[in-house]
Design a protein around this ligand. Sequence first.
Ligand SMILES: [Zn+2]
Length: 172
Amino acid sequence: MQVPICGFDAKNAILCPQCEAKLEAGQLTKADVDASIKIAKLAKTNSEIDKFTLFSCREVAGEFVLYLAKSDIETIRKSRTLYRTLQGEFPGKIWIVESEANDRKFIEDLFFPTKILSINVVWVPGGIQKTKIIVSGKWTSRFPIDVNKVTNIVKQLRELDVVIEFEEGQRR
Ligand SMILES: [Zn+2]
């Protein structure tokens, strides 16, 4: 297991002076610290989570974006139980994204398992640049992903203004 704070700190739910200094300097966030402790707690009894590499965690409006290694994401996507175990530790919805991803990959991860047809830069009146995302399929009221939350997360963490449209018909 690798987390943004020391393994020892995570396992004992404390911060050493070095990690404390990083937190004060803003190199680590409170969400990084909290998520590290949660992952370490789960890793004690879950051998798959014990192999995870958590790069960071960002809190956006009470929800948590977890930046994990690509192989960890593949493991989570194969196991609904594992996903639920992870989700169960957090007080808000978790979003699993690959660390060091480009904007497109970041957006695709947020929408997983829904496919994205295209992501293009468009200009809207007033010369404002926006990123237009076209989601595959048709929007229905049962669409499982809250597009307003995706819009907010992308704005907060990637500084992109996105417009989300569906392949067939628009959401209302
Ligand atoms: Zn430490």
